[in-house]
Design a protein. Structure first.
Length: 565
C-alpha cells in the first residue's frame, strides 16, 4: 500500500550541495582576505528585471495583515512598528506575553534531540540552505529593513541583506570549524603489562540549551544573524525576541528558517519569534529563565550590563554603546580627510554603533601639507565636505536614511545645549516619502575638559569636535574615554610615523580596532565579514567579537561516551 505522505528531501543531497560553500567559508575565516558569498548590488543585471517589483510586492503583501507565522504560547496579535519614512505598516504578529513563556520554551526544546543527533555537517548544510532561501528574497528583506530601521534602500539591501548573510555564514563557518575539530570516534589503546587497555571513545557535540536573540532597532538582521546561526548550527533552539520597532525583518528570517527546518524533517519550533509591544519587558522575562543558556544582545550599555548581572545561568554576548573617537594630527589631503569624515558622520544619520562620535583636535590646529591649519579652517573644510556630499536632496536621502524613532530625534534636538554649534543640522525633504524624518549631522565644538558633554554616546546625527592641548593630550584623553566608556571603532590622521605608532599602542592597550588615514572610498563605519573583526570584546563597548572562535566556543559542549572492549 502506497503512502500519501510526501517523502522528505534527502539531507545527503543538501550536504553535497552546500559543503563546498561551507569549506570555502572556513578558508575565508583563516586567510581574512576579501570574500563574499552573496551579491551586494541590487542591480537587475544580477537579479533580473522582475526582481525589484516582485520584492516590493511581497513586502506590500504583509502590510495591514496578520503575518503568516505560528508561535507556541502566543495569544492574540501585536502590531508595534512604525515606518521612519511615514508609511503605514500595520503588520500583525503573534503576541507573546509572560504567561506564554512556559509553552514557548517547552516547544523550543522538544526538537533538540533530533537536531543534535543530525550532527554538525547536516546542521551546517541546513543553515546554509536557509541563507540561500533568504538571499532569493533579498529585495523583500531590503524593504522590510528600510521601513523599520530608516536605512536608505541600497544600504538596507546591502547591510540588511548580503552583508548580514555574510556575517551569518561567517558564524556558521567558525562554529563548524570548532565542532569538526572534535573527532567523532576513536579506538583508544594504552600499553600495559599484558593486554593493553582498549576503549572505544565517542565524542558528541551537544547544545547548551535555548538561545535567546534580542534584536535591535537599527540593524536587526546584521546584528542578530551571527548569534542566531552560531547557536542554531551548534544544536541550540533559538527564540528571537525582536525590537518592537523592527520586527518584520526578523519575522521573515524566522519564517524562512522554520520552513526549511520542517521541509527537512526537523521541528520548526527550533526557531520561534517572540513579538511584543514596547515596554512589556519580555526580554527580561526570557533572559532569566533556566532553559535559556545563551543570550545575544545589541543595544544600550545599561541593559547589556543588566543582562550580564542577572542572566547568570546563561552566557551573554553583548554589544553595548561606546564613544568612537578620531585623533586628528596632520594630513597631506585635507579635502580627502574631511570628505571621508563627512561620509562616516552622515551615513545612516549616525545611527550606527561604528559611527565616529568625537573628533579630537589640538586647539592650535593640525598640520596640512606642512602648514598650520586652525580649528576654524578644519570646521570650514568639514562643512564644505557635508555640502558636497549632501547638497543634492536625492543623494542626501540615500546616504542619511531616516531618523529611526522619536528618541533619536529628541536627542538631536536637545544636543545643541552641549556645546557651541560648529555645523548646524538641517532638514532634508524626501520626494517619495513626505513624512520621512531626515536630518543632516549636527557638529558641536567643546573643550576637552567638558567631559560630560562628549563622554557619553549621543546616538544619532551628532558629533563633537573636542579641542585638546596637543596630539599627546588627545591620545591621553582618548585612552581615558575608551577605557571608561568603550568604543567599537577608532581613527587617526597623521603624517608622522611616531604619532601613528603611539596611537597604535593606545589602541592595543584599550582594545579597540584602529583605522589610519582613511581618505578614499573605505570608511571606519564599514566592517567586512570574513576579514574585519567587529568589536574586540576587550573594552566596555562589547564583551564579544563578531566573529571569532570565542563567539562560538561557549555555544556547545562535548560529551564523551566510553566503552571498554
Amino acid at each position: 500500500m502506497m503512502s500519501d505522505v510526501e517523502p522528505l528531501p534527502p539531507v545527503d543531497k543538501l550536504v553535497a550541495r552546500h559543503q563546498p560553500l561551507i569549506e570555502r567559508a572556513m578558508l575565508a575565516i583563516r586567510d581574512r582576505g576579501y570574500w563574499s558569498a552573496f551579491p551586494e548590488s541590487p542591480s537587475t543585471k544580477v537579479w533580473g528585471e522582475a526582481a525589484p517589483a516582485e520584492g516590493k510586492a511581497a513586502f506590500d503583501s504583509f502590510l495591514g495583515k496578520d503575518f503568516p507565522l505560528f508561535t507556541p504560547g502566543a495569544e492574540n496579535v501585536v502590531a508595534p512598528e512604525k515606518s521612519p519614512y511615514g508609511i503605514e505598516l500595520g503588520v500583525r504578529y503573534p503576541h507573546v506575553s509572560a504567561s506564554g513563556v512556559d509553552e514557548l520554551l517547552a516547544a523550543a526544546q522538544r526538537g533538540m534531540p533530533m537536531w543534535r543527533d543530525a550532527g554538525p555537517l547536516v546542521r551546517a548544510a541546513v543553515c546554509v540552505e536557509i541563507l540561500r532561501r533568504m538571499e532569493a528574497r533579498s529585495f523583500e528583506f531590503a524593504h522590510a529593513v528600510m521601513h523599520t530601521t530608516g536605512q536608505g534602500f541600497v544600504m538596507a539591501f546591502q547591510a540588511g541583506g548580503a552583508h548580514a548573510l555574510d556575517r551569518a555564514l561567517e558564524g556558521i563557518a567558525y562554529a563548524y570549524d570548532a565542532m569538526s575539530a572534535v573527532p567523532k570516534r576513536v579506538e583508544w589503546e594504552k600499553p600495559a603489562r599484558g593486554e593493553p587497555q582498549r576503549l572505544t571513545k565517542r565524542f558528541v557535540v551537544v547544545p547548551r540549551g535555548v538561545a535567546l536573540v534580542i534584536g535591535c532597532t537599527t540593524f536587526p538582521t546584521w546584528n542578530s544573524y551571527p548569534g542566531f546561526f552560531a547557536s542554531l548550527v551548534t544544536g541550540n533552539p533559538v527564540v528571537v525576541k525582536p525590537h518592537p520597532r523592527a520586527v518584520l525583518p526578523l519575522a521573515l528570517a524566522v519564517s524562512v528558517t522554520r520552513s526549511v527546518l520542517e521541509e527537512y524533517g526537523f521541528d520548526p519550533n527550533l526557531v520561534t519569534l517572540a513579538a511584543e509591544s514596547s515596554g512589556e519587558g519580555l526580554a527580561s522575562v526570557l533572559a532569566v529563565r533556566p532553559e535559556v543558556r545563551i543570550i545575544d544582545f545589541t543595544g544600550s550599555s545599561a541593559y547589556g550590563q543588566w543582562l550580564e548581572a542577572n542572566a547568570t545561568q546563561a552566557v551573554v554576548f553583548a554589544e553595548k554603546s561606546g564613544v568612537n573617537a578620531v585623533v586628528l594630527d596632520s594630513t597631506d589631503d585635507l579635502p580627502g580627510m574631511t570628505a571621508n569624515l563627512a561620509y562616516s558622520l552622515a551615513l545612516y544619520s549616525g545611527q550606527m554603533c561604528t559611527t565616529p562620535r568625537v573628533l579630537f583636535i589640538p586647539s592650535t590646529g593640525i598640520t596640512v601639507e606642512g602648514r598650520a591649519c586652525g580649528v576654524d579652517e578644519f570646521v570650514s573644510a568639514l562643512s564644505s565636505a557635508f555640502d558636497g556630499l549632501l547638497g543634492r536632496p536625492a543623494m542626501a536621502e540615500a546616504i542619511l536614511g531616516a531618523i529611526v524613532n522619536d528618541n533619536v530625534l529628541a536627542r538631536l534636538d536637545a544636543a545643541g545645549d552641549r556645546g557651541e554649534v560648529a555645523i548646524a543640522s538641517k532638514e532634508v525633504a524626501s520626494s517619495e516619502f513626505p513624512d520621512a524624518r531626515i536630518r543632516t549631522p549636527l557638529v558641536l565644538r567643546v573643550d576637552a575638559s567638558d567631559f560630560e558633554a562628549y563622554g557619553e554616546e549621543c546616538f544619532g546625527p551628532v558629533a563633537f569636535i573636542v579641542e585638546t592641548r596637543d596630539t599627546a593630550h588627545s591620545l591621553e584623553v582618548w585612552r581615558a574615554l575608551t577605557t571608561s566608556r568603550g568604543a567599537l571603532t577608532a581613527s587617526v590622521y597623521s603624517t608622522s610615523s611616531d604619532v601613528l605608532t603611539a596611537t597604535e599602542q593606545v589602541a592595543l592597550d584599550v582594545g579597540v580596532s584602529l583605522s589610519e588615514n582613511f581618505v578614499k572610498d573605505v570608511y571606519v563605519n564599514q566592517s567586512a565579514a570574513f576579514s574585519d573583526f567587529h568589536a574586540t570584546g576587550a573594552n566596555p563597548a562589547a564583551n564579544a567579537s563578531l566573529t571569532d572562535a570565542a563567539f562560538v566556543a561557549h555555544r556547545f559542549r562535548v560529551v564523551e561516551l566510553r566503552r571498554q572492549r
